[in-house]
Design a protein around this ligand. Structure first.
Ligand code: ZN
Length: 314
């Protein structure tokens, strides 16, 4: 009996040992399986992460760093989605201009290249856009033909001009109203030069060239076809007592700074914008653009060139 019992006990022991062994094997297998799953997940994660970096950041593509050019192209592509004046065909010029002006932000790069500032003044000549409207652009890239004479030229009231001076009717009316309002407040605004024909500008410019040479003359006088005066929308003013070249020192100039925009006029050639317009500052030269544009520019100071490429050059 005792012997028998012992035998049963032994069998139970063996069984229990077998069970323990099996449990151990299952446990180890489970651990191994988990490790394997973990390893697979880890490899998957690493690969996925690599792809994200390649797609989003463009730092690594096939483990090769992007060239400066590729980085700039991508930057430009991103900006393209935000700026509707971005021009696909100018992309090489944007990149060159950015390379030459690394501190300039991309929005300005695009505006300046669209204006043409990556090229020499007068190196390209396109017909002035928006002819016979107050939105015309005439400068060292956009010019008028020899026979361009604006429609609706009218003579300014002689109370507000020196001699007989003509402007496009819309601009003339606005100028007279402005000069009249200024007068009622004790300020004299007088037109001393307004519409000038192509031929007249040709003579004027060639006289300046004779006196000062081409390089100097170009900083203060327009070549024929490139003068805003040919549009009939520009006016040089004085205050009657001083020469127009001293207008910037007068109280009338201060008045114009505050009020000209209300009548649709902008100061066209400022000191800060010499590199954009290609002209020395001219505190006496005003351009009629209409009150919508003049008000915008009064609130957001910029040249008419910048306004044009941002809003009108579509
Ligand atoms: Zn002028």
């Amino acid at each position: 009996m005792n012997n028998n019992l012992n035998n049963i006990n032994d069998k139970t022991k063996i069984k229990s040992n077998n069970n323990k062994k099996r449990k151990k094997i299952i446990l180890v297998s489970l651990i191994l399986l988990m490790l394997l799953i973990f390893l697979i997940l880890f490899i998957f994660f690493i690969n996925n992460n690599k792809e994200t970096i390649t797609n989003d950041n463009n730092q690594v593509e096939n483990n090769k760093p992007l060239t400066e050019l590729e980085k700039k192209l991508l930057e430009l592509e991103n900006i393209n989605e935000k700026l509707d004046f971005f021009k696909e065909e100018n992309i090489d010029r944007y990149i060159d201009y950015k390379n030459n002006n690394p501190n300039l932000d991309l929005e300005k790069v695009i505006v300046y290249v669209n204006i043409g500032l990556d090229q020499e003044f007068y190196s390209k000549s396109y017909p002035s856009p928006n002819q016979n409207t107050s939105k015309i652009l005439t400068n060292k890239f956009y010019s008028l033909t020899e026979d361009y004479v604006p429609n609706d030229l009218e003579t300014i009231d002689s109370n507000f001009s020196s001699g007989s001076k003509e402007m496009v009717k819309e601009a003339k009316d606005a100028f007279e109203k402005m000069a009249k309002d200024a007068k009622s407040e004790g300020y004299n605004i007088r037109a001393v030069s307004t519409y000038r024909s192509y031929e007249y500008q040709e003579k004027l410019y060639s006289n300046y060239v004779k006196a000062d040479g081409v390089e100097k003359a170009d900083t203060y006088s327009a070549r024929a076809g490139s003068s805003e005066h040919q549009t009939g929308l520009a006016v040089d003013v004085d205050n009657i007592t001083l020469s127009y070249t001293s207008f910037g020192k007068t109280k009338e100039y201060e008045w114009m700074q505050k009020n000209a925009y209300k009548y649709g006029f902008i100061l066209r050639y400022t000191k800060e914008a010499e590199f954009i317009t290609g002209y020395q500052e001219e505190p006496w030269h005003y351009r009629y653009v209409g009150t919508e544009i003049s008000t915008y520019i009064q609130n957001n100071p910029m040249t008419y060139e910048e306004y044009f490429v941002r809003f009108l050059d579509k």
